[in-house]
Design a protein around this ligand. Sequence first.
Ligand SMILES: Nc1ncnc2c1ncn2[C@@H]1O[C@H](COP(=O)(O)OP(=O)(O)O)[C@@H](O)[C@H]1O
Ligand SMILES: [Mg+2]
Length: 370
Amino acid sequence: MVRPDPPVNFRDSCRYTSGVRNITSALRNRRSSGGSGEPTWIEELHGKIVGQSEGLAAVIPYVQMYQAGLSPEGRPAGVFLLLGPTGTGKTRTVEALAEVLHGSQKNVLRIDCGEFQMEHEVAKLIGAPPGYLGHRETQPMLTQMKLNAVASEKLNLSIVLFDEIEKAAGSMTRLMLGVLDKGALRLGDNTSVSFDRSLIFMTSNLGAKEMARQLNPDFGFETLLAERASASRVSAKKLESVCTAAVKRKFSPEFINRIDVFATYSPLTRVSLEQILEQQLTALQEHLDRRLLERSFTLTVPKASREFLLNKGTSHEYGARELKRVIHRFVMQPLAALVSQGKIESDADVTLEVDATKQNLLVRSGLRAA
Ligand SMILES: Nc1ncnc2c1ncn2[C@@H]1O[C@H](COP(=O)(O)OP(=O)(O)O)[C@@H](O)[C@H]1O
Ligand SMILES: [Mg+2]
């Protein structure tokens, strides 16, 4: 049997990916690394988010302004709307920023706008006024304490995420006007919350369907060819204007005027998906090591198997989410089944190979006789 060319276990690939990812960002941020060899938070961020460097480049200066103490007063340090198709890294960007600035992706005050689709539901956000039914039971979701809790000792800056903003009721976006403009929110009990030390992110897939149509007018959403998007700078600009037009149709000019940055995330290319697969497999190896401790083993995924995962996991509708589902189904679940049955020896070298039918992956070595 022919063995695959490069080393493909994901302890090695940790080094491999970090080497690749830092080429461009290291050049871009050479001055900020101070020559210590330690990656800066900017390099780390570029390493975590694949193929969306323009979006990141638009956000980063606002963090630097805050770090330099130069953010304007009386409003949030930055207001961002991340646009683009599902599964292209919009929400992940916000989590990754929290990781690099605060050490954990949990350091985000996240509001799922899907929970605020009805006009009255805005009460969950700010709490009911005293005397109203449910006043005592409703703990507002957006209190100063909750906001402060997501900042860290490293950086006194809170990251707030209004995820999938297109789902929010009008009452919610109207309430947000004050937050975006003056950095202030009055709660039901008449106390107020200050967002001066906050970055406000909103994400949305508004315009994604039109974007797909632009990329492939003949076949519609399902057969969108992502490569076309990155193939030409012209189409990237065009996609941006498609998304912006959809945003203009949905939100009032007052709301739109309060947004500092509109970043359009492109559909992921094959090359980007390859890199995300590497990331995911590296993360999987780390997860195994962390959770199984001395029972852990080394996972090796040859090139043909990675191709298999990529082919199965390429979806223009769901982006990298489909790839994650495929990794779960073809890698995580079979491994879990074997581990739970005690069939993988600790320290084994476990290889995933494509089976004869080419429809599945086989777990090859390191197996004890059943
Ligand atoms: N550009 C990307 N770089 C790295 N991982 C990504 C990227 N896009 C998607 N992913 C992976 O897919 C998952 C879903 O992406 P997410 O950011 O939640 O999508 P959405 O754009 O719909 O908010 C993420 O948790 C991450 O693991
Ligand atoms: Mg999202």
